[in-house]
Design a protein around this ligand. Sequence first.
Ligand code: ADP
Ligand code: MG
Length: 556
Amino acid sequence: MSQRMQQGQPMIIMGDDAQRVKDKDAQEYNISAARGVAEAVRSTLGPKGMDKMLVDSMGDVTITNDGVTILQTMDIDNPTAEMIVEVAETQEDEAGDGTTSAVAIAGELLKNAEELLEQDIHPTAVIKGFNLASEYAREQVDDIATAVDPDDTETLKNVAETSMTGKGAELEKDVLADLVVRAIQDVTVEAEDGSHVVDLQNLNIETRTGRSAGESRLLSGAVVDKDPVHDDMPTDFEEANVLLLNEAIEVEEADVDTSVNVDSPDQLQKFLDQEEKQLREKVDAIVESGADVVFCQKGIDDLAQHYLAKEGILAIRRTKKSDMKFLKNVLDTTIVTDIDSLSADDVAVGSVTRDAEEELFYVEGENPHGATLLLYGSTEHVVDELERGINDAIDVVATTVSDGRTLPGGGAIEVELASRLRDYADSVSGREQLAVEAFADSLELIPRVLAENAGLDSIDLLVDLRAAHESGDEHAGLNVFTGEVEDTFEAGVVETAHAKEQAVASAAEAANLVLKIDDIIAAGDLSTSGDGDEGGAGGMGGMGGMGGMGGMGGAM
Ligand code: ADP
Ligand code: MG
């Protein structure tokens, strides 16, 4: 692009390879790139959504249905598309669920915005209308929501199950939802002001392969997947003094590095005695602290292992850092970093038991504190996807407990919001009114896609859903298994209000961010996709390839 000076215009100097796209072309380019991303995850929405197989540049395979995982693994290198990926990440951070919905709604908002722009409505009017609609919709969420109590196990289980459907966790969702709810209840405390605080720091997930997901268990305390360092060590303590140590029980490095001149057997013996003495001193310090069990984050010298075994102390070496942190919580103690300054105050009382078959240690503190969800899956891929699903369910149930509000799922909330937004639009003047209506239409994408993914007639169902809501049935949603319109809240399809508010807000923000751009100045090549492909796949052409995802074509 050439450089030129225009009167009254800022001069922009660009390199020879640089490209510039302005106004409508810029919006078109950005919208199609963003829509491309939204289309890529849409088919995974809901219980009947499909999975995606993602192959990264190293050839590692991930099979998932999780929106944010898909987008992160896709390694998208188009800046606009990346903004949409950020929507998913924000949603994941804030709510732990609803990522696919948020991204799909953002894509639909942009699609509908494009139509408004084509009718010569200025982007600022669209942006303003979207902001008004987003705010109003969130107010209405609060009005529609049903309050839930932390000990309302049934509703919380429904929330957990709804977030698990379509995910790897689904097969055993009854067992798993129960575990998730009990786990959250275990780590919930009531604050002085009566609100409920869920402390996820006190909840740990440990995954294992070789058993079916249905055998997963909730344990109080911590689980450590390690063996004793010595066969002669005791392994079970009803009441033990436990020491957490982040220092090697080895000869100190400086001594090892120092070169010693050994001229005689005598001198060698002296040197070895010296080392032995040092190890003996470290073990003695541990004995004096009264410790029966030592979880060491670093290594333990063979000789020290022998001494410890002789003293009847159980020692575990190279304990994972994350396990050490969790043990610290469970035992309500500190991690010691210097053996030489050890004292009796550094050990904490707890029980340590060995599960010989599973080759695990169970550790519980004196005051019940902390819980571990032991998750099983037949293979590594299965257990990974299971863990993602369980993590989502944990976040969702935790938010539900602390937020205290739930909503009917299966598109019910979106259709109700759309209906209320259309009423509200009448009070909005000018062009913004059209944008508010476009926002309402965009929310209805959720029931439409849920129906499509289940192979149902989305047009007929949307008509039925709208009719039900017009006649005052706020909870009318789609049961994707029967194809019927029903009270989804009653049917147990329950979502958390917080995630929905967040999804609406972040979708609107992302759409507005894209709409605000009227000028793209790229340092390098910018492959525009002006062919206006209806499927939105045109956007993919402008995505500069999808990283190492060459093998994905067939899997999508
Ligand atoms: P997200 O990443 O947005 O959470 P999901 O694939 O988890 O995407 O799908 C969530 C959608 O599926 C929500 O709209 C939820 O209400 C809906 N849903 C979940 N279970 C059911 C069900 N049994 N029947 C109908 N809709 C359901
Ligand atoms: Mg979900």
